[in-house]
Design a protein around this ligand. Structure first.
Ligand code: GLC
Length: 651
């Protein structure tokens, strides 16, 4: 719809003296006009009645234009290529790794020499955990940012980051970085100015002169770190005010009712985009809008802000995809892909946190029913969006799926979660797992789980007991868990160290900046001497590495693994086995996983459930060929075995 005033404003923007001539400029102008009305409507929903609404909107349009003008030509070309491909991030040939530069190898410059290690494994997307300035002992792993535009000295400089990006481009690698939108460090310039009482800066945060409003807010707000940082407000003695701090007490929540905050963030988003970011991870978006009387999570305005950001990014740098890090209830996660008119127009990607936790549920119980009970909701994800699939990341594992999913399998939700917590924290004696409870909340009996993939799968205890059979079982679990998440659709994100079977690293206990947070136990320091063992196939490192690499290679060659909303759950008639069918045109692949420590049988019926298929099936994992027999014949899966079966053409 033509909106005279708005379109005049947009036309004015492209008259900027630096605006590029030629096709790129024309395309930008077209996108701007096409998305302009949506941008205006979303903006007005939040800021329409703000006294500075009009002035700030004008600035927003200039920021979008500047973001595009500053975009290097090679990135503009990259945008066009991605647009031509359409939904480039759904591909089956992208695999990521998430890592802390300092713990992985040292600095951004050192990282250059590790790119070949990643490429050899098959990783072509690098998620650098936060590298921007953050106070050493109050850093939350870099998620307490004190300067969004300076690289922290311990990693190097902005120039080093740019050079690394160039080396990555030379190897056809994608880059993912975080933007921490919900809060800043209390050492950020805005917070420092707020502490000095400089006009305007206290409006960047939520600050109150007494406990009245904080107490009222607290009634609805859950605590995120009840052990290390209880409550949601922190007293600031410099100004004698209570500041909202939902995460740690040194992370001050930003106030998005102030349009200046949104504009600052948008400008920073474009700055990151122009460093060459392909996937922008928006940290903790569920928290960005606060409203008295609510939990201050997942509010509609948070979605409006994300949609607004997405529309602006689509105009200025359409090749950059948006990942929403919303680790919330299953139904709520889904909303970050957009709803109604904005379906598939909010975040392009979200973490498959529900499925991740459910895989751990199935592994502990050897029973896949709770995992399956959740799938009808997970399958609601709209076409054109996808998951980051993962087994472990830098954060804890939360058992936040719904009670009814647990009840569906016949378990009591409270007892079931208690069992899982005891199983993974090592309280339950028969458990092979070595992890710990994170953020125990005695008021709600809630807790999450820390621990590395290998330790939670039993490798740490198995190595201690020097029991070869237990070591085999543990490596079997590790690979099966990875396979399940690599093949389900979405971009697999490996957490560094997991490719070589790293167990928990307890050195964090000696560091006062980390010892209060046991998530550091699963954020290892890589020992490159030890990593040389990846070439020794007899070593644990070699076994895990080789299997991980093979899984990536298999994924890359099977186009039906791309996420085209092409997944159907199978009915294996065996609660210990989960399986899904992935299809693309006339190609299919049946992926089946035995989550139990016992041998399990399947009837061939499972392969006939979705229409007749060829009698010959090849398991891409073992390279073994199977022939489809009569229904009563069964197929046997060893403990933790999985198969990736593709029907073969009949000769
Ligand atoms: C995200 C990060 C987590 C951090 C939190 C606060 O959830 O993944 O590590 O503690 O945000 O920034």
């Amino acid at each position: 719809m033509y909106q005279h005033q708005l379109h005049q404003q947009i036309n004015q923007c492209v008259k900027d003296k630096d605006f590029p001539e030629g096709d790129a400029g024309i395309l930008f102008h077209t996108r701007f006009i096409a998305n302009g009305a949506a941008i205006k409507a979303l903006y007005d929903e939040i800021y329409g009645s703000h006294p500075k609404a009009a002035e700030s909107f004008g600035r927003l349009l200039s920021i979008i234009t500047r973001g595009f003008i500053d975009r290097p030509d090679a990135m503009k070309d990259g945008d066009d290529e991605k647009l031509d491909q359409g939904h480039w991030f759904l591909s089956n040939s992208i695999t990521g790794m998430s890592l802390y530069v300092d713990r992985f190898c040292g600095t951004l410059t050192d990282m250059e020499s590790k790119l070949d290690y990643l490429r050899r494994l098959g990783v072509n997307l690098l998620h650098l955990m936060p590298v921007f300035e953050s106070p050493p002992n109050e850093s939350d792993g870099g998620y307490a940012v004190s300067d969004y535009r300076s690289v922290d000295l311990r990693f190097g400089t902005l120039e080093d980051l740019r050079r690394l990006r160039q080396h990555m481009s030379d190897r056809n690698m994608f880059l993912m970085l975080d933007i921490v939108v919900n809060h800043t460090s209390h050492h950020h310039e805005w917070a420092r100015k707020a502490k000095q009482g400089i006009e305007g800066f206290q409006d960047y945060y939520y600050m109150y002169g007494n406990r009245d409003l904080p107490d009222r807010f607290e009634r609805g707000m859950p605590e995120i770190f009840p052990e290390s940082s209880p409550g949601n407000f922190t007293y600031c003695k410099e100004i004698n005010k209570w500041v909202m701090t939902v995460f740690h007490n040194y992370q001050w929540d930003l106030n998005y009712t102030n349009p200046a905050v949104l504009l600052e963030m948008l400008d920073t988003i474009f700055f990151y985009g122009n460093l060459g970011v392909d996937i922008l991870r928006i940290d903790a978006p569920a928290f960005i809008w606060k409203q008295l009387g609510t939990t201050c999570q997942n509010l509609p305005q948070a979605h409006t802000l994300l949609r607004l950001i997405k529309q602006c990014v689509q105009v200025a740098m359409p090749g950059m995809a948006i990942l929403g890090e919303a680790i919330v209830a299953p139904k709520e996660i889904m909303k970050y892909f957009g709803t109604g008119l904005f379906t598939a127009r909010e975040c392009d990607l979200a973490y498959g946190a529900t499925h991740m936790a459910l895989q751990w549920d199935a592994l502990a119980t050897g029973d896949t029913r709770v995992m399956l009970a959740a799938q009808h909701e997970i399958l609601q994800k709209p076409y054109g969006t996808t998951w980051i699939t993962y087994t472990r990341c830098h954060d804890d594992i939360g058992l936040g799926y719904d009670d009814y999913m647990i009840q569906h399998a016949g378990f009591d939700p409270f007892q079931h979660r208690k069992f899982l917590m005891e199983y993974y924290s090592g309280v339950y004696a028969a458990s092979p797992a070595a992890g710990a409870l994170f953020s125990v909340n005695p008021k709600t009996n809630d807790a999450r789980i820390s621990g590395s993939l290998a330790s939670l799968c039993g490798l740490e205890k198995a190595l201690l007991s020097e029991d070869p059979a237990a070591i085999d079982r543990a490596t079997g679990r590790i690979i099966m868990m990875q396979a399940h998440s690599f093949l389900i659709g979405g971009i697999p994100m490996i957490f560094y160290g997991d490719e070589a079977g790293y167990t928990n690293d307890y050195s964090y206990l000696d560091d006062p900046g980390k010892s209060y947070d046991n998530r550091w136990m699963h954020r290892p320091v890589i020992d490159w001497e030890r990593n040389k063992r990846i070439d020794d196939e007899g070593s644990i490192e070699g076994r895990v590495y080789k299997s991980t690499r093979r899984l990536i290679a298999i994924r890359n060659k099977l186009p039906m693994i791309a996420d085209a909303k092409n997944l159907t759950w199978l009915t294996p008639h065996n609660i210990h086995v989960a399986g899904y069918l992935r299809t693309l045109e006339d190609r299919r692949v049946y992926c089946l996983f035995n989550f139990s420590d016992q041998q399990q049988s399947l009837t061939w019926q499972v392969f006939k459930e979705h229409g007749a298929i060829s009698e010959r099936l090849l398991d891409h994992w073992s390279q073994q060929e199977y022939s489809l027999g009569a229904n009563y014949e069964s197929m046997v899966l060893a403990p933790y075995q999985f198969i990736i079966l593709e029907p073969q053409p009949t000769s």
